[in-house]
Design a protein around this ligand. Sequence first.
Ligand code: NAD
Length: 349
Amino acid sequence: MDVAIVGATGDIGRQLCTQLVERQVVPSTSRLQLVGREDGPSARAAHGLRTDLVDAYDEVAPLIDVALHPDELVADVVVVAAGRTLVPRRSADRNELAAHNVEVFRAYADALARNGSGHEVVIVVSNPVELGVAVFAERLGRHRVIGMGAWLDTLRFRREIALSLGVRRQQVTGFVTGQHGTEIVPLWSTVRVHGMDADELATRLAQLRGPRTMATFPAELQDVKGRLLATAETDTHAAFRLIDGCPPDVRAAMRPWLTQMSGAKTATATASATVDLVDTVLDGRDIVVAGQVRLDGEHKLSTVVGVPVVLTPSGWTKVILDELAEDEEARLTEAAERIDEGLRPWTSA
Ligand SMILES: NC(=O)c1ccc[n+]([C@@H]2O[C@H](COP(=O)([O-])OP(=O)(O)OC[C@H]3O[C@@H](n4cnc5c(N)ncnc54)[C@H](O)[C@@H]3O)[C@@H](O)[C@H]2O)c1
C-alpha cells in the first residue's frame, strides 16, 4: 500500500517521512509520495527531501516521488500535515488558524473526492484537527477519516501515569478523549496497568489523582497555564520543573503546550504517533486506538471528537467506549458541544 504525506517538507512532514522509512512501515515495494505546493518553497524542498531520504535509506527506501498539486495526490493512506501552526502564546489563534487551514483541507479533500479510488484512508495531523476531520469526512465518508491528536494525547497520558507509577508506558492502557490540545478529557476510569490487580490499581490511582475530578480540571489547567506563562518567559527549565510537580493528567495537557512554546515544537512525538496509525492501517489487523472521528449518535454524540475506535485497513469501524464516570461523561459532552460550535462556521452539517 502506498502512503502520501501532504506537507512533507514541514517539521512534522519531514519527521514523518524519516520515521516511515526508517521504521520500514512503508516497505521498499511500496511508494511514498511527498506532497508540496507548486507556489511555495515546498515545491523545491520536496525534491531535495526526496534525495536526502534516498541518500540516507537507499537499502530500505520505498519508491519516493513528488507531487505539487492536489490533483496529483495518489495513495492508499494520505497523511495531512500541511498548513499553519497554532502559536500557544496568542489567544485569538484558533479561528485564524481554522480560516487558513480549512482552505488546505478543502483543496485536498475535494481532489480526493474527485480523483480518488474511494478507499483511501486519511489521517489528519494538521490543526485544528477536528476541523480537518470534519472537512474530509464530509467529502469522503466519515469512516475513512481519523485525526491523530487523540492518539498522541493518549500516549502522553499513559506516559505520565507510567512515570508516576514507576512502570513503563507500554504497561499502561487507558484513553484520552475530547478536543485535542489543552481541552482534553483524560479518562481515569479507563486506565489499566499490566501486572497490577484491580484493588492495587484503584488504590494507586486514587493516590495519584486525589479528590480532583474532571469538573475542576479546566480551572486547574488555567491556573497552571498562568503560572507557566509567568515563569517560562525568563526560565524555561523552571517552567518544566513546575510541570513535574503537577498530577499526571495536568502534565499530559501542559507539557506539550510548554514544549511548543519553548520553540522545540513537538514534531518527533507527533510524527511517531502518526506513524503508529499508518502502521495500524497498513498492518491489516483491527486495533483499538484513540482518534478524532465524526460521530453520528455513537455514545450519544454527533460531532467530531476524540474517542477510542477500532482502526482497520479501510478506516475506523466502531467506537469502544463503555459508560464513563459521571464527571468524565459531563466533561466529554461539554467538549463535544464546544467542538461542534467551533465547527459550525466551516462545515455544512
Ligand atoms: N495533531 C497534532 O497532534 C499536532 C501536533 C503538532 C502540530 N500539529 C499541526 O500540524 C501542522 C503542521 O505542523 P508543522 O510544525 O509541520 O508546520 P510547518 O510550518 O513546519 O510545516 C507546514 C508545511 O505545510 C506546507 N503547506 C502549507 N500549505 C500547503 C498546501 N496547500 N499544500 C501542501 N503543503 C502545504 C508548508 O509548505 C510547510 O512545509 C500544523 O497545523 C500544526 O498545528 C498537529
